[in-house]
Design a protein around this ligand. Sequence first.
Ligand code: AMP
Length: 278
Amino acid sequence: MHVFSEITTLQQHLHARRQQGQRIGFVPTMGALHQGHLSLVGQAKAETDCCVCSIFVNPIQFNNAHDLAVYPRTLDADCALLETVHCDIVFAPSAAAMYPKPVALRMDFGDLETVLEGKFRPGHFNGVGIVVSKLFHIVAPDRAYFGQKDLQQCLVIRRLVEDLSFNLELVICPTLRETDGLAMSSRNRNLSAQERAQAPVIYAALEVFRAQLSLRGLETARQAALEHLRQCPDLVLEYFEVVDTQTLQPIEQYQGQEVAVCVAAFLGKTRLIDNILM
Ligand code: AMP
């Protein structure tokens, strides 16, 4: 496995591989890797000739200084994990390499970012759009892999690829969960033992909603899920929204269409998100 921190050396290496006809798969991450990330790498390995995994905690997508300060950084352990799944290339640039000067560009994803994460994390998708654009230019992948866990991010990136004509195929991969249902997340490491014990309530509430929707309708299902979340004293809910899977706008009337149920909540100082499609 090759590890690069410089943009130009990575690009020279990738150029040589492309000359040999290799197809490049790309998995952008912020590190503190878990099995969810590794499943994306596994899929990239299966579908392309060379998998590049980037590890970069992107400062401009954090709207909360505490969240950025405590975001776990575990590069050595990440590289060891990536070796186990035969990742070909790790790209771990410094912030100075990615942002030699402050970025003046601003990205606005319109209605896609006035809801859910965009509403509660102002500027977040601007930062995501900029870093992913830069990474797409640097790596120039044939395919890029993202997790459904960050559903709104997937739709924002899809829009980015369409609007800026990036010549790549987006692949959306399913959410990997712990055995108790908790969606795997780098931020789970910041939970205390007590908070970790309560965290599965988030997915459990999504499953309560799923079980109730077709039987009792939208409003009753929503109330049942919210009631389930209220049983967890330390959980502070930010949103629980039932939305259209393409526009992410709230569903007013359920008529059997495909919906996404999206939730964000704090357990202590740790903010967790999850969603299901149904
Ligand atoms: P992050 O390091 O949190 O920015 O995530 C990097 C990529 O891994 C994103 O495309 C995420 O959606 C994806 N990802 C994060 N958690 C999971 C998970 N539990 N299952 C599958 N993919 C995930």
